[in-house]
Design a protein around this ligand. Structure first.
Ligand code: AP5
Length: 217
């Protein structure tokens, strides 16, 4: 049976990019808390309204809101958690949720990259707001600038991908999410770090190797 996997890493480390590749080619079910929150915002739900201010400031949305949202997304299929958990309280809640469903603890892949790399990636990112498909103007450009290769619609820059908010998100990551590395590292069996500064294909390759699906394809 496939195991649940957590993608841990700073903003811009490439978690969403790799989760989309694994979902498309290998059938993993991606649960991206960032994408879910943006959908709630677009749909004007109570959660979307409550989260909007935190997101626009680059702060974390409170744990209780996030944990409830994720719980509602769980199914019987193993998931690939992208951008969740981001605090120790969220990590403990995820372990509990999975254990309650008779599943094992999730495997954790840490996308390691220095701050300067993360900044450059976020400043050049373009996104399809309808599908979440991600491009980069230098590292992964669309065929026609500003247009999505898949649905031909316009690409946008995320409102939180502005220099001053990027700085805040990186500070928040270092202060609130980095402690999770130590939380997970204690259990060597479930934690692995990968070099997220490599080219996209090389990251995918390393990822498939560490999560053990490479041999099946
Ligand atoms: P979220 O949407 O999760 O943003 P994030 O963690 O800041 O992560 P990103 O989506 O920015 O980065 P990524 O690692 O997915 O990088 P990507 O693949 O796009 O969260 C947004 C907000 O929601 C948060 O600030 C918070 O307010 C709230 N939130 C979400 N989850 C929460 C939670 N659990 N708790 C509390 N609050 C929460 O890649 C980035 C760019 O680099 C792209 O342009 C891509 O094309 C390029 N790229 C990717 N890989 C490579 C590579 N190997 N080489 C070169 N370029 C690359």
């Amino acid at each position: 049976m496939a195991v649940d996997i957590v993608f841990l890493g700073g903003p811009g480390a490439g978690k969403g990019t790799q989760a989309q590749i694994l979902q498309k080619h290998f059938g993993y079910r991606q649960i991206s808390t960032g994408d879910l929150l943006r959908a709630h915002k677009r749909d004007g739900t109570e959660l979307g309204k409550a989260a909007a201010d935190y997101m626009s400031r680059g702060a974390l949305v409170p744990d209780d809101l996030i944990i409830k949202m994720v719980e509602g997304e769980l199914s019987d299929d193993a998931a690939l958690f992208d951008g969740f958990p981001r605090t120790v309280a969220q990590a403990q809640a995820l372990d509990e949720m999975l254990t309650k469903r008779g599943r094992g603890l999730p495997g954790v892949v840490y996308f390691e990259a220095p701050r300067a790399v993360l900044e450059e990636r976020l400043l050049g990112r373009w996104t399809n707001p309808r599908t979440g498909r991600v491009y980069h103007e230098k590292f992964n450009p669309p065929q026609v600038p500003g247009i999505c290769d898949e649905d031909g619609g316009p690409l946008e820059q995320r409102p939180d991908d502005k220099a001053e908010i990027i700085k805040k998100r990186l500070d928040v990551f270092e202060a609130e999410t980095m402690p999770l590395v130590d939380f997970y590292k204690v259990d060597e069996e479930r934690f692995v770090a990968i070099d997220a500064t490599q080219d996209m294909d090389d990251v995918t390759h390393e990822l498939l190797h560490v999560i053990g699906v490479a041999h099946a394809h």
